[in-house]
Design a protein around this ligand. Structure first.
Ligand code: HEM
Ligand code: HEM
Length: 230
């Protein structure tokens, strides 16, 4: 018996997020590809904003109220991990916690990246120290990487010990090999998903077009010399 667990928007989100994060992370180290880094980073942040909203009013299993994150669930999950009796239709308790942390850290990473850009380029002046922002952005990016690594190890362990459930396949096909209630999208979910597919690409483009103000310091220096001449 197969049950439909992850609808198309959740699956598309997942793979856009995975690719977006990987590319943004790698591009972080290339000064000459800064705008492409902004674009992928902002893409990731926008995808996550939509996922957070989908968590509030999205379909069964993708909705946050179906994430079993409570302490009782965590204890039961650990105790019954190797027993065949217990299977989870949506995310298991540990996967739910990691998924929520990925969303939280992902959004903080994008915000800190934008604030860093805005401070370095005199777009905003919030009085936050540039070095602090740089540190925070780097810490968030590396925390994001650590969470993704744990997530992938979790999926691999699940495939090893509970392979029959088909969790790994489910993020491609939407189906798990269990007998429970199918999920489905309503009209509102479908319209929302269309925006989810379009808006991250618009933000990608806008972020790619962000101006990097290399003249900032030169202008200040010229002003300085001008006064000197007077
Ligand atoms: C940068 C890489 C990745 C990120 C950021 C990421 C993030 C996430 C997130 C946030 C979820 C929760 C989905 C939701 O509820 O919307 C999830 C689920 C899932 N991911 Fe990933 N993922 C990544 C890579 C991978 C890879 C490489 C695999 C396959 C080996 C994978 C397999 C899965 C599976 C099977 C689920 C569903 C798990 C379940 O049923 O509980 N992910 N991932
Ligand atoms: C979740 C998405 C993002 C990830 C994973 C990410 C990751 C990284 C990484 C790994 C670095 C290199 C850090 C170092 O070694 O110094 C970096 C640097 C940077 N990122 Fe991001 N970033 C993201 C989003 C953004 C966004 C949206 C912006 C701005 C619009 C941004 C702006 C910057 C800037 C300005 C630097 C250069 C820091 C420096 O001056 O050295 N990032 N990012």
């Amino acid at each position: 018996m197969r049950t439909y667990i992850w609808t198309l928007p959740t699956r598309i989100f997942h793979w856009f997020l995975a690719v977006g994060f990987a590319v943004a992370y790698i591009l972080g180290d290339f000064d000459n590809l800064r705008n492409l880094h902004f674009a992928f980073g902002a893409f990731v942040g926008t995808l996550i904003v939509f996922r957070l909203l989908f968590g509030l009013f999205g379909p069964k299993y993708s909705n946050f109220k179906d994430f079993p994150i409570g302490l009782k669930n965590q204890k039961e999950f650990i105790k019954t991990y190797f027993s065949k009796a217990k299977t989870y239709a949506g995310h298991n308790p540990a996967a739910s916690v990691i998924a929520l942390f990925i969303l939280l850290v992902g959004i903080l990473c994008s915000i800190s990246g934008y604030l860093l850009y805005a401070t370095e380029n005199n777009v905003l002046s919030m009085g936050i120290n540039e070095e602090f922002l740089e540190e925070s952005h780097e810490v968030m990016a590396n925390l994001f990487l650590a969470l993704v690594s744990i997530h992938i190890l979790g999926v691999l362990a699940d495939t090893l010990f509970h392979g029959k459930t088909g969790t790994l396949q489910s993020i491609f096909t939407g189906f798990k090999n269990i007998e429970t209630k199918n999920t489905r999208l309503n009209g509102f979910h479908k319209i929302f998903s269309l925006l989810w597919l379009i808006i991250p690409f618009i933000i990608f483009y806008l972020a790619y077009e962000l101006q990097i103000n290399t003249k900032g310091n030169e202008v200040e220096n010229n002003e300085y010399y001008k006064h000197d001449d007077d």
